[in-house]
Design a protein around this ligand. Structure first.
Ligand code: NAD
Length: 406
């Protein structure tokens, strides 16, 4: 298994070999500012006490408070959280929002948990971290297996401990608990704006065939947005199953099916395929929207999409990146493609601090302006440096962080 933090450092080295950076800056940016590990005791409904390990990595705050989601997953560990925190620092710089990079997690499979157990785990994470987070210090958000409800429990716990009930400590909350309009769909929406802005430059047709790995906050909303815009979503997967229909899947019916059965498996009008096959479909656009390290040295040759757009963080390893670049398959990198989530999270933080409520239209107008502008800047930089979009995005982000640190 590829270590995601080693992949992140390999990406850093590739980008910084193209443009000269201050060597002292490069020495510092390889290391997180702070890594926090906590134990979270949780009383389970059957009376047992379980203890989970929780993390927060605060990578860099030169451009503003640390910002980044909290992941609940059985494979999460400090190395993964470190990589995700590093990518957050770059991502916030890519979209030029006044935030640094952080990330959190708990090693746990929360799927079998009752709501009560999830609530006690969420509150326990916040109790352990209340000293290190805060609206002007570090502002977490949702990630894999964490929801608006979990954010609300955490915000409430922080309010009880500190007396700060503004909600600005955490984003991705339900609307009625201080969340922003548009946050629930922002990650995929941002990716969709980037796709529309770069579509012609990437050599894609007006109407594309699309395969999506992952059917959660990022992947399901992406399926809806692309299909509503007249593209044909032909294959999707989740952690339990993968399905294909070359004629196109009925996404609204699939969303209803997933809501009632908790999986895309067994959907009428589609064929079941092996989980990884979703990545190998012949299609215009492949959207990994699950976890990291999905496209790697051993399977990259099987990728047949014309373009890869990364809604997941770190789904492509550096060696796979090289292979795709050599084969003329552009990869729209995570730190641009999925930056809509953190951008609207930052809008939510700003609204909480200013006690404002922006309309969905206002949120998406602002988001579109940012995503379009930065997508074009990265595409231009890639041409200028004769390189891929990931290296170009890294160079732009690192230049912004270096300026802030100076
Ligand atoms: P989520 O928990 O809502 O959904 C994750 C989805 O991936 C689920 O459908 C799950 O079944 C599926 N999945 C898990 N393992 C899989 C596997 N091996 N094969 C196929 N599917 C699998 O999480 P999310 O918020 O949608 O996050 C997905 C990715 O997007 C992550 O990499 C996350 O870091 C990234 N991301 C999310 C946000 C956000 O705002 N939620 C923002 C930026 C990036």
């Amino acid at each position: 298994m590829n270590n995601p933090f080693e992949n992140a450092l390999a990406q850093l080295e590739r980008a910084t070999s193209l443009v000269s950076f201050d060597p002292d800056f490069l020495r510092v940016i390889r290391h997180p500012n702070r890594q926090v590990r906590i134990s979270i005791p949780v009383k389970m409904d059957d009376g047992r006490l379980e203890v989970f390990e929780g993390y927060r990595v605060q990578f860099n705050n030169a451009r503003g408070p640390y910002k980044g989601g909290i992941r609940f997953h059985q494979d999460t560990d400090i190395e993964e959280v470190k990589a995700l925190a590093f990518w957050m620092a770059l991502k916030c710089a890519v979209v030029n929002i006044p935030m640094g990079g952080g990330k959190g997690g708990v090693t746990v499979d929360p799927k079998p948990f009752t709501d009560g157990e999830k609530e006690r785990l969420a509150r326990g994470w916040m109790r352990g971290m209340a000293d290190v987070v805060g609206p002007q210090k570090d502002v977490p958000a949702p990630d894999v297996n964490t929801t608006p409800q979990i954010m609300e429990w955490m915000a409430d716990e922080y309010g009880k401990i500190t007396g700060d009930t503004s909600g600005a400590v955490i984003t991705g909350k339900p609307i009625e608990a201080g969340g922003s309009q548009g946050r629930g769909t922002a990650t995929a929406q941002g990716g969709f704006y980037v796709f529309e802005t770069l579509r012609e430059k990437l050599g894609l047709p007006e109407k594309c065939t699309v395969a999506i790995q992952g059917f959660g906050n990022a992947g399901q909303v992406a399926a809806q947005l692309w299909s509503q815009a007249g593209h044909k979503v032909i294959a999707v997967s989740d952690s339990r199953a993968a399905i294909v229909n070359p004629e196109g899947l009925d996404i609204e019916a699939l969303v209803a099916h997933k809501a009632s059965t908790r999986s895309v498996g067994g959907f009428d009008g589609a064929q079941t395929i092996d989980s990884m096959e979703v990545l190998y479909q012949i299609c215009d656009l492949l959207i990994p929207a699950a976890l990291e390290n999905q496209i790697h040295e051993e399977n990259v040759e099987k990728i047949q999409a014309k373009v890869v757009l990364e809604l997941a963080n770190g789904p492509t390893t550096p060696k796979a990146d090289d292979n795709l670049f050599a084969r003329g398959i552009p990869v729209v990198p995570d730190i641009l493609a999925n930056a809509g989530g953190v951008t609207v999270s930052t809008f939510e933080w700003e609204q909480n601090i200013k006690k404002e409520n922006w309309s969905e239209e206002e949120v998406f107008d602002k988001l579109k302006t940012i995503m379009d502008r930065e997508a074009l800047a990265i595409a231009d930089k890639a041409v200028q440096l004769n390189t891929d979009l990931r290296r170009a995005a890294f160079v732009i982000a690192l230049e912004r962080i270096q300026t802030a640190m100076e």
